[in-house]
Design a protein around this ligand. Structure first.
Ligand SMILES: Nc1ncnc2c1ncn2[C@@H]1O[C@H](COP(=O)(O)OP(=O)(O)O)[C@@H](O)[C@H]1O
Ligand SMILES: [Mg+2]
Length: 508
């Protein structure tokens, strides 16, 4: 047995898929009571490496030691037996079952249900996990589902926890909750590996950062000695400018005028209450707010997908309330909404990139709708401009990775040159270079004189990219502020329900 007994010790792990070397002689160690962040750009091999630990893939070379003992993991069952628990990017819960049933699934069913419920409650208290055991998974928010997954692996006795991009679908508050849970696990002596794209999260939660680049393990850095710049450069292998540009433009006010807009949400309650604001041409208006503050309804209402109770939406001085979505698109409004499930909206998974281009009614310079050949050309341009990783433009979209699907989606909307681009969470889950590509594209829209409504979740990005920021809380506008002047703290107060009366005058 070696001197240091790591919870996990990987040496020379290699995994090859056809021609792709997903993991190339990767070394990785994690101690008990340590939180390790696994950082790397899209496609750098993070998920593959963790899937090897969870028994989904078998490595082509290399050794795995768990608590100092060399092991072979042939199946998820083997992985469980070694007390490894993985929370996947896409949850594997049974939707029609309750939390309780999901947690017990696969365990000894003959056990005393009452006792099991008590054990689960004790576990939840210990790690400050909050779940309603009787609730069906299909009625849960993403964050609740994630909590069920965590309870499930802990209940099976996991000592090593692996979370694959767990925060990509969480609000800042939910993320903080999750971090509290991870800290409790660490205190309990568990080894935790967290995969995330977000540098400030890495800096906040981890003890050490392991960086993967193009399948190779680059470095392991103590988090205390790291900063965003050091991590980014290790990740992309080159110096990178972390500033987001905010170009100055000529602005014409009232390109879009939303007046006293009220709409009902899916639950029948008012999702937007008397919302009034405007966007100039050549302006990016950011929308900040905790998740579920009415952002979704706002986007959908402007795009004609939601019934209006009261109010008006004037686009180029014409009221578009009551028009159909396709009439609204024809008027020059385009929406790219990145839902929690990226393939849920706007793209057809089984179609290739070219066909997905054709779904949108682009016109060529002669004003004629694109034919297959022109659409193919457009698809190829997009693949090049956004560095979309795909064998070719005939590959079905569902075979692309999440980040690449997202680039196709937003690329298609921007390529149609809308006069108003509505975009929600366009950088969600994307790596740094791709995020900056998206910001540049949005800025280009602004410089072309378009208006942009940018629904964001990262306040730092909103503050750097946008001209003004509208803050929503429970469907109400708390204020519209100048992004050049407002502080993050003030935005936080507004997001929590504090109204401000001035600022944000739109002086064109
Ligand atoms: N089952 C698979 N078949 C073929 N290629 C795969 C498979 N899984 C992953 N890959 C490829 O391996 C590389 C690493 O992917 P992945 O581990 O998912 O990266 P990450 O999680 O860092 O984004 C990518 O090029 C990806 O396309
Ligand atoms: Mg991954």
């Amino acid at each position: 047995m070696s001197d240091t007994q790591y919870a996990i010790e990987l040496r020379g792990i290699t995994k090859i898929f056809g021609e792709i070397i997903a993991n190339d002689k990767v070394d990785l160690t994690v101690n008990n009571g340590e939180i390790l962040a696994l950082l790397g750009e899209n496609g750098s091999g993070k998920t593959t490496l963790m899937n090897i630990l969870s028994g989904i893939y078998h490595p082509d070379a290399g050794t795995i030691k768990i608590n100092g003992k060399e092991v072979v993991i042939n199946s998820p069952k083997d992985s469980f037996a070694l007390k490894i628990g993985m929370i996947h990017q896409h949850f594997k819960l049974v939707e029609v079952m309750t939390a309780f049933e999901n947690i017990l699934l696969g365990t000894n069913n003959k056990l005393n249900r009452k006792k099991a419920a008590e054990e689960i409650k004790t576990l939840c208290d210990k790690f400050s996990l909050k779940i309603d055991l009787k609730k069906r998974v299909c009625n849960m928010s993403v964050s609740e589902k994630q909590t069920v997954e965590i309870v499930k692996v802990l209940y099976r006795g996991a000592n090593i926890l692996i979370l694959d991009e767990p925060t990509a679908v969480l609000t800042p508050q939910e993320t903080q909750n999750l971090f509290e849970i991870l800290r409790a696990m660490k205190k309990d002596g568990k080894a935790v590996i967290i995969i995330t794209h977000k540098l400030n999260e890495v800096l906040e939660i981890s003890d050490r950062v392991m960086i993967l680049r193009k399948g190779k393990s680059i470095d392991s850095i103590e988090t205390a000695k790291a900063n965003a710049k050091i991590l980014t450069e290790a990740m992309v292998g080159q110096a990178i400018d972390l500033e987001i540009e905010r170009p100055e433009t000529e602005k014409e006010p009232h390109a879009l005028d939303v007046r006293h807009l009220s709409v009902k949400g899916a639950d029948g309650r008012m999702a937007l209450k008397d919302v009034t604001f405007d966007i100039s041409s050549g302006e990016i208006l950011g929308v900040a707010g905790v998740a579920g503050s009415g952002q979704k309804e706002l986007c959908e209402t402007i795009a004609g997908l939601h019934k209006v109770e009261k109010g008006a939406i004037l686009f180029k001085k014409e009221n578009i309330v009551g028009k159909t979505p396709s009439e609204i698109i024809k008027a020059g409004i385009s929406m790219s909404f990145i839902p929690e499930d990226r393939l849920g909206m706007g793209l057809v998974a089984s179609m290739d990139i070219t066909h997905n281009m054709l779904l949108k009614s682009y016109k060529n310079s002669k004003g004629i709708f694109l034919d297959r050949k022109e659409a193919k050309k457009l698809a190829e341009d997009l693949v090049e401009k956004l560095s979309i990783k795909t064998p070719n433009v005939s590959t079905p979209v569902r075979l692309l990775s999440g980040g690449n699907v997202q680039k196709v989606l937003i690329g298609r909307e921007i390529e149609s040159n809308p006069q108003l681009l509505i975009t929600a969470y366009p950088e969600r889950g994307l790596d740094i270079n791709s995020s900056y590509t998206i910001y540049n594209l949005i800025n280009k829209q602004k410089q072309n004189g378009s208006s942009v409504l940018f629904i964001g979740e990262d306040l730092d990005v909103l503050l750097e990219l946008c001209d003004r920021i509208l803050v929503l809380c429970h469907g109400e506008v708390m204020g519209v502020v100048n992004a050049r002047e407002v502080t993050k703290e003030d935005l936080g107060f507004m997001m929590a329900g504090q109204k401000i009366s001035d600022g944000g005058e739109n002086n064109g």
